[in-house]
Design a protein around this ligand. Structure first.
Ligand SMILES: CC(C)(COP(=O)(O)OP(=O)(O)OC[C@H]1O[C@@H](n2cnc3c(N)ncnc32)[C@H](O)[C@@H]1OP(=O)(O)O)[C@@H](O)C(=O)NCCC(=O)NCCS
Length: 295
């Protein structure tokens, strides 16, 4: 087993070295269907590389091949075939993003010229996650989302890794650095803009917002850029509110609600989230605990 040595900082600043087990992710052998998965991804990559190809059609064709292969060759006639039950025709029609609406399209500030370009890829991403082929299928899912993300986001760095059921608002207001990991069921509301630095990690069921509503009038919406700097970790079920800036290597604890900025290397917990400690690897001199008094 591999071990790493960590320094544990207790409340009164005594230090104690502990040996902790380190569990890096394992490498798994290729599955028997890996070659077919490569083929699917290569075809999709080629299709979306060409800016002139109709992305609605790419999305519809792929989803139809996965979900209703018997109609993949004759989708155009099947959606109008009155002999088919209305539910079947609707289900087929809904594979084409032009036949569905997504919530962000109703937002007043939605830039249609940008959203309509990314909508087919978002619809493919969300729908794929709800098929037996997608969802929990880690290898294929991560690779497919890594392929789509740079075509959706304003900027997407290397090795972007997203697990299943991640949702965005516009998608086009996302700026993402290198080696960012987003776990399952995360909401990335980029309505006012989300800027994620390198090596940011967002755990299961976290919510990162960039818009808020007036407490008086629900329709009074304020957008504000939310920033998570390099190395930030937002842990399970935590929420970061619009306009909050989490400094480098900052951490928001499980179920916390970050309503205000989090200082670099600080660990903020609770509702509203307050600093309970500074990470022992913080670069600046002695840790001043009075400045990070636990609540
Ligand atoms: C934030 C966190 C990392 C703090 O861990 P830690 O540095 O070991 O801190 P401690 O457990 O010593 O807690 C310090 C104090 O904060 C409190 N605290 C810790 N986490 C808390 C949380 N999420 N919410 C509220 N209070 C919390 C502790 O009860 C303790 O309070 P006390 O001093 O009154 O006893 C941890 O609690 C946490 O939330 N982990 C989430 C892990 C995670 O999601 N990982 C990602 C996996 S994908």
């Amino acid at each position: 087993m591999l071990y790493c040595r960590v320094v544990y900082l207790s409340g009164n600043l005594t230090t104690e070295e502990l040996a902790m087990p380190l569990f890096p992710l394992r490498k798994l052998p290729a599955t028997p269907i890996s070659g077919v998965a490569d083929e699917l991804l290569a075809t999709l990559e080629d299709a979306i590389a060409d800016e002139n190809t109709d992305r609605n059609r790419i999305c519809r064709t792929l989803l139809c091949q996965i979900l209703y292969p018997e109609y993949a060759e004759n989708w155009d006639t099947a959606v109008e075939d009155a002999k088919l039950p209305a539910a079947t025709r609707l289900a087929l029609a809904s594979l084409d993003p032009r036949n569905v609406t997504l919530e962000p399209e109703y937002y007043a500030e939605c830039d249609d010229s940008r959203f309509q370009l990314v909508k087919p890829l978002l619809w493919l991403w969300y729908s794929f996650d709800r098929t037996p082929l997608g969802g929990q299928n880690v290898d294929l899912g991560v690779r497919l989302r890594r392929l789509l993300a740079p075509k959706i986001f304003k900027r997407c760095g290397r090795n972007f890794k997203a697990f299943q059921h991640v949702e965005f608002s516009f998608g086009y207001n996302m700026e993402v650095g290198d080696d960012v990991v987003v776990h399952r069921h995360v909401l990335l509301d980029d309505r006012g803009g989300l800027v994620l630095g390198d090596k940011v990690s967002i755990s299961d069921y976290a919510n990162i917002y960039s818009h808020t509503h007036s407490i008086v009038d629900q329709k009074d919406v304020t957008d504000a850029v939310t920033r998570l700097d390099d190395g930030v970790r937002i842990t399970y079920h935590a929420t970061v509110l619009a306009g909050v800036h989490v400094g480098e290597e900052g951490m928001v604890g499980a179920v916390a609600v970050a309503t205000k900025d989090v200082r670099p290397y600080h660990v903020n917990v609770g509702i509203p989230a307050k600093s309970v400690r500074v990470k022992p690897n913080a670069p600046t001199g002695p840790v001043n605990l009075t400045a990070i008094k636990p609540r």
